[in-house]
Design a protein around this ligand. Structure first.
Ligand code: NAD
Ligand code: IPM
Ligand code: MN
Length: 354
């Protein structure tokens, strides 16, 4: 198992460190895991003037899986766009064709009281958001800012090819087949042609999956339904931009964005695994970030790239036992938390439990 470790910026290195401690336990048991680290994002820009240096991309391509922290930070926000840290994650997705992004929003019973929603709305929640990652307004051309003040214009282009839509919808249907067999395709077909095409293709593909119940929902309604009655969903499949926004929203159902892991998969099972959150500049360097989304992302890596559900189950159980023991970082603290735990205290609890 060859794993590239790309920690990135802000809390990235702080949370990835805890995942690697868990990995070291597995290594100590004899599991053959090779890891190699490389710079990415702002850290790579600072060292090499490039957020995704050639050597980092090469490492990511040669590895079976990439374990990724987070990139970005205010000090890079004024750089030209192709030098910004975020470019690194976008280019990794595009270059490695990691098109299928699985973002599971699961409420652990231990955390039902941590959500900003009432426990009776969120308890038992288990939904999967399948987000497309290589197309949409994120990559469409033309894009830019032209003209001079006061007549400047900014423009982006929302584009999806049939091939891009088809493959992510198949990923959505297959994910639903392996779960509760209900797929909700989310679009904005009442306004946008791109997503009219999306809906048309969804309906064309549906007969290939007679065991899956397909429904459609407009994205604005979906955003509302996610906080009204989130358990109505099993699998949600949607485009790059809508999926970005809806998954941050869904993360709060689980207690915190610091709980939500993700897998970004290519067509052959290789993948990049990262928390859905960013580099959290507001808490970086304080040792208080929640490392569980990162640790659970590593769990997804064992499941989806290496087919080791035994290990992903162990990781999830270890996380739950740390929570059951009452350990909480500040973002998931409950009324009974006397003193929030630090990032490394949570890591230690998971290491002990595993
Ligand atoms: P963010 O996800 O970094 O933070 C949003 C809020 O959630 C902050 O208050 C933060 O403290 C909190 N938070 C996030 N992760 C947490 C954790 N593990 N534990 C506790 N609290 C946590 O989003 P943002 O502030 O909008 O973006 C910050 C930077 O991160 C930007 O530069 C952005 O581009 C980048 N970003 C990168 C990725 C990525 O690397 N994949 C994802 C999202 C944002
Ligand atoms: C995410 C992030 C990225 C995205 C940014 C950092 C490019 O928000 O992974 O959700 O928008 O996809
Ligand atoms: Mn996001």
């Amino acid at each position: 198992m060859k794993i590239a470790l790309l920690a990135g910026d802000g809390i990235g290195p702080e949370i990835l460190r805890e995942a690697v401690r868990v990995l070291d336990v597995l290594r100590g048991e004899g599991l053959k895991i090779e890891t190699e680290e490389a710079l990415v994002g702002g850290a790579a820009y600072d060292a090499h003037g490039d957020p995704l240096p050639e050597a980092t991309l090469k490492l990511a391509k040669q590895a079976d899986a990439v374990l990724f922290g987070a990139v970005g930070g205010p000090k890079y926000d004024t750089l030209v766009r192709n030098k910004r840290p975020e470019r690194a994650i976008l280019d990794l997705r595009k270059e490695c064709d990691f098109f299928a992004n699985l973002r599971p929003a699961t409420v652990f019973p231990e955390l039902a009281d941590a959500s900003s929603l009432k426990p009776e709305i969120v308890s038992g929640l288990d939904i999967m958001i399948v987000r497309e990652l290589t197309g949409d307004i994120y990559f469409g051309q033309p894009r830019g800012i032209t003209g001079d003040a006061p007549n400047r214009e900014g423009f982006n282009t929302m584009r999806y090819t049939e091939a891009q839509i088809t493959r992510i919808l198949h990923a959505g249907f297959k994910t639903a087949q392996a779960r509760g067999k209900r797929l909700c395709s989310v679009d904005k077909m009442n306004v946008l042609e791109t997503t009219q095409l999306w809906r048309d293709i969804a309906m064309e593909i549906a007969p290939q999956y007679p065991d899956v119940e397909l429904t459609h929902m407009l994205v604005d309604n979906c955003a509302m339904q996610l906080v009204r009655n989130p358990r109505q969903f099993d699998v949600v499949v949607t485009g790059n931009m809508f999926g970005d926004i809806l998954s941050d929203e869904a993360s709060m159902l689980t207690g915190s964005i610091g709980m939500l892991p993700s897998a970004s998969l290519d067509a052959n099972g290789k993948g990049l695994y990262e928390p859905i959150h960013g580099s959290a500049p507001d808490i970086a360097g304080k040792g208080i970030a929640n490392p569980l989304a990162q640790i659970l992302s590593m769990g997804m890596m064992f499941k989806y790239t290496f087919g080791r559900t035994d290990i992903s189950d162990r990781i999830e159980k270890a996380v739950r036992s740390a929570l059951a023991a009452g350990l909480r970082t500040a973002d998931i603290a409950s009324k009974t938390t006397k003193k929030p735990s630090t990032t490394s205290e949570i890591g230690t609890a998971v290491v002990k439990a595993i």
